[in-house]
Design a protein around this ligand. Structure first.
Ligand SMILES: C[S@@+](CC[C@H](N)C(=O)[O-])C[C@H]1O[C@@H](n2cnc3c(N)ncnc32)[C@H](O)[C@@H]1O
Length: 207
């Protein structure tokens, strides 16, 4: 099943299923981005708007991009603010957003589905203003090495999604190659399992 179709069918349960990765990402996003100021935000893979709602507390304008109509339909049910625009688009194509116009790009739990990180960082560089930030929160590659990937339960069994492994060095090299410098990197662990593999990794890059 294509990634887009899988998210369309996951959408109904995405917000309500037990999902430690989703919940820890929310913590990572809020804890990290509370330390930064931003007004114009581009949210990649906004999904059901889990993080959009919190970003709205600080931002004046947010564009959320996602290729799953059903995930975004859930976001639109929750978020009616005129400050937010949702756009259906594939991140593997060129992003239909003005250049040099946003001061923050965020991407949570989305880049594991994107093979070509160079394209993402190249587009991010074009869309960011000077000194703009790119926040990424992803399933930690150590978890990916151990076989973890986006998945959900259906009546006919577990549906696993197509994913690509990105090493820590892949993020940093692709960012550097596209004019973005690492400002912050952090590993996020499940609260009760701090001796186990980190669940998430987050980065803040700056243009
Ligand atoms: C795991 S969900 C994360 C949603 C949200 N960021 C969150 O943290 O709850 C991944 C999202 O990325 C979107 N996505 C994956 N690949 C994409 C692509 N190539 N273009 C646009 N959206 C994509 C999916 O449709 C899905 O909504």
């Amino acid at each position: 099943m294509s990634i887009e179709k899988a998210y369309n069918s996951w959408a109904n349960q995405y917000d309500t299923n037990k999902n430690r990765t989703r919940d820890l990402d929310q913590t990572a996003t809020i804890e990290t981005l509370s330390n930064y100021e931003f007004e114009n935000v581009l949210e990649l893979g906004c999904g059901t708007g889990k993080n959009t709602n919190w970003l709205l507390k600080k931002a004046n304008h947010i564009v959320g991009i996602d290729f799953s109509e059903e995930m975004m339909a859930k976001a639109k049910e929750k978020i009616t603010s005129k400050k937010v625009t949702f756009k259906k688009a594939d991140l593997n194509e060129n992003w239909d957003i003005d250049n040099n116009c946003v001061d923050l790009i965020t991407s949570s739990l989305t880049l594991e589905h994107i093979k070509d990180l160079d394209h993402v960082f190249s587009e991010a560089n074009k869309k960011l203003k000077k000194n703009g930030l790119f926040f990424i929160s992803e399933l930690h590659p150590f978890k990916q090495y151990s076989g973890s990937k986006a998945r959900y339960e259906t009546e006919s069994g577990t549906q696993e999604l197509e994913v690509y492994i990105h090493h820590i060095s892949d993020y940093i090299e692709n960012a550097n190659n596209n004019g973005l410098k690492l400002v912050e990197i952090k590993e996020w662990f499940d609260k009760k399992n701090e001796n186990e593999l980190p669940r998430l990794i987050s980065f803040v890059f700056k243009k």
